[in-house]
Design a protein around this ligand. Structure first.
Ligand SMILES: [Zn+2]
Length: 114
């Protein structure tokens, strides 16, 4: 294998290592919600209204099924990290695919030469 092939292989090895090191992960995104309650005369019905919140809602879609759930404030940091790891997973897999295509193309060309 030539230098270019070895370089591609080295980059792929690095990606595999990074994938193994990824922590908890989950797809989705966080949004902030402001709510109105049912209590008469509450500040959320004042003029202008002061709605309750923000509440943090996590939404994700998996196998064509969308789900949302509220996230309590103490869990926000952990959830943000899980979402970031999922982004990282996708970025790494994407890079791997690009490198893998190049490597396979290189291998095909070299086979032809022989
Ligand atoms: Zn209220």
């Amino acid at each position: 294998m030539d230098n270019r092939g070895r370089d591609l292989l080295r980059k792929i090895q690095k990606i595999k290592k990074d994938l193994v090191a990824l922590g908890d992960l989950r797809p989705g995104s966080l949004s902030q919600q402001y709510n109105v309650c049912g209590k008469p005369g509450c500040r959320c019905k004042a003029d202008p209204p002061q709605k309750h919140g923000p509440y943090f809602q996590l939404g994700w879609t998996r196998k064509q099924k969308s789900t949302t759930r509220f996230v309590r404030r103490p869990n926000l940091l952990a959830v943000r990290k899980q979402l970031k790891n999922y982004q990282q997973l996708q970025a790494l897999v994407d890079q791997w695919i690009d490198l893998a295509i190049q490597l396979c193309e290189l291998t095909l060309k070299q086979t032809k030469k022989k």
